[in-house]
Ligand binder design. Structure first.
Ligand code: UDP
Ligand code: MG
Length: 311
C-alpha cells in the first residue's frame, strides 16, 4: 500500500483547519489501497491553530503536527513538512481549501502510471485576486522568466503531488533563502500540469499583503537570477558613453561660442541623476551581498518548539 503525506502549512488558521481536514480525509478515504498522514505545520500562529492540531491528533493518530517557535513563513513550513513526511507520495496544500482535495485522486493515478514524478497545478484565471494583485503577479512572472534560466510557470500553485525521490532532491537544496516555485523548476523531473479555476478561501483571510508579495517577488528574482548584476554593468557602460558624448558637445560648444559658465542647472540635474543610478546599481550588489551574508551564516531555516512526538 502506498502512503500519501499531506503537508499543510498553517498560520493563524483556526477557522479553516477542521473543515480542511474533513474534506481532505473524505477524499483520501475514497482512494483505494492508500495510507495517509496529515502533517500540519504551525507557523507561529497566535490563535488556536496548535490546540486544534492537538485535538485532531488525539482523534486520529494519522494527524501529525510540528509547531514552530515563531513565524518563519510558508517556505520554511513547507520545508519542515517535506523533511518530516514519511509517505511515498508527498503533497503540500493550503489549508483554506483553495487547493481542491478532489484533484488528489487523479494526481495519484497519474503518478502511479509511472509516467510522471510530479503532478502540479496552476490556476486558470486568478479570479480570487484583486485587479492590482493580478496585474503585479503577471508582471512578476514576465520579469522573472526573462531573467531566470529556470522556468517559473505562470500561475503555478504550490499544490502538487510528488514522489519521494523528487522531494529528496528538493531537500538536497540547502539554501536558506528559499523560493519554492524556482526550486520545483530547478530540480526538474517529469511534471504533469493540471489547471483549475480559482476558488475563494473557505474561511479566514489571505496572509499575503502586497508588501509581503513584493518582497517575496524580489527574493525570487535574487534567488534564481544574477541578471540584475549584468544589467547594472550595462547601465554603467551606457552612462559612460553618454558622458563621453556630453564632453564632446561641451568642448565643441565652448570652442564655437566660448560660453563656459552656462549650464549650471543642467549640471546639477545630471549629477543627481547619475548618482541616483550609481546608488541603484550599488544597491543591487548590496542585495546580493546580503543574501550571501545570510547564506554563510547558515542559520536554521525554522526552529521547532514542539511536535506530536512530545506528547
Ligand atoms: N502560511 C504560512 N505562513 C505564513 C503565511 C501563510 O504557513 O507566514 C500558510 C497559510 O496558513 C495557508 C498557506 O500558507 O495555509 C497559503 O496562505 P494564504 O492562503 O494566506 O495565501 P494565498 O492563498 O492568498 O496566496
Ligand atoms: Mg490561500
Amino acid at each position: 500500500m502506498d502512503k500519501i503525506s499531506v503537508v499543510v502549512p498553517c498560520y493563524n488558521e483556526e477557522e479553516s483547519i477542521e473543515i480542511f481536514y474533513k474534506e481532505t480525509l473524505k477524499i483520501l478515504k475514497q482512494m483505494k489501497n492508500i495510507h495517509y498522514e496529515f502533517l500540519f505545520i504551525n507557523d507561529g500562529s497566535t490563535d488556536k491553530t496548535l490546540e486544534i492540531f492537538k485535538k485532531l491528533h488525539k482523534k486520529d493518530k494519522q494527524v501529525r503536527y510540528i509547531s514552530f517557535s515563531r513565524n518563519f513563513g510558508k517556505e520554511a513550513a513547507m520545508l519542515a513538512g517535506f523533511e518530516h513526511a514519511s509517505g511515498d507520495y508527498i503533497t503540500t496544500m493550503d489549508v483554506d481549501l483553495q487547493d481542491p482535495p478532489e484533484l488528489l485522486t487523479t494526481m495519484y493515478q497519474d503518478l502511479k502510471s509511472g509516467k510522471y514524478d510530479c503532478v502540479a497545478t496552476r490556476s486558470k484565471s486568478r479570479k480570487s485576486y484583486s485587479p492590482l494583485r493580478k496585474f503585479l503577479t503577471k508582471c512578476f512572472y514576465k520579469i522573472i522568466n526573462k531573467m531566470s534560466d529556470v522556468e517559473i510557470v505562470d500561475g503555478a500553485r504550490d499544490f502538487r503531488l510528488m514522489t519521494k525521490k523528487m522531494v529528496n532532491s528538493i531537500l538536497s537544496m540547502r539554501e536558506v533563502n528559499r523560493f519554492s516555485k524556482g526550486i520545483f523548476g530547478y530540480v526538474g523531473f517529469r511534471t504533469k500540469w493540471i489547471e483549475y479555476e480559482d476558488r475563494d478561501r473557505v474561511a479566514g483571510n489571505s496572509k499575503w499583503s502586497l508588501w509581503k508579495l513584493g518582497k517575496y517577488a524580489i527574493e525570487g528574482i535574487i534567488a534564481f537570477s544574477t541578471k540584475p548584476l549584468v544589467y547594472s554593468v550595462f547601465i554603467g557602460l551606457f552612462f559612460c558613453f553618454l558622458a563621453f558624448l556630453f564632453i564632446v558637445v561641451i568642448i565643441v560648444r565652448t570652442l564655437l561660442f566660448s560660453d563656459p559658465v552656462q549650464g549650471w542647472p543642467s549640471l546639477v540635474c545630471i549629477i543627481l541623476f547619475v548618482s541616483g543610478i550609481q546608488l541603484f546599481c550599488t544597491g543591487i550588489i548590496g542585495v546580493y551581498l546580503s543574501k550571501i551574508y545570510l547564506e554563510t551564516k547558515s542559520r536554521p531555516i525554522y526552529i521547532i518548539a514542539e511536535t506530536d512526538e512530545d506528547e
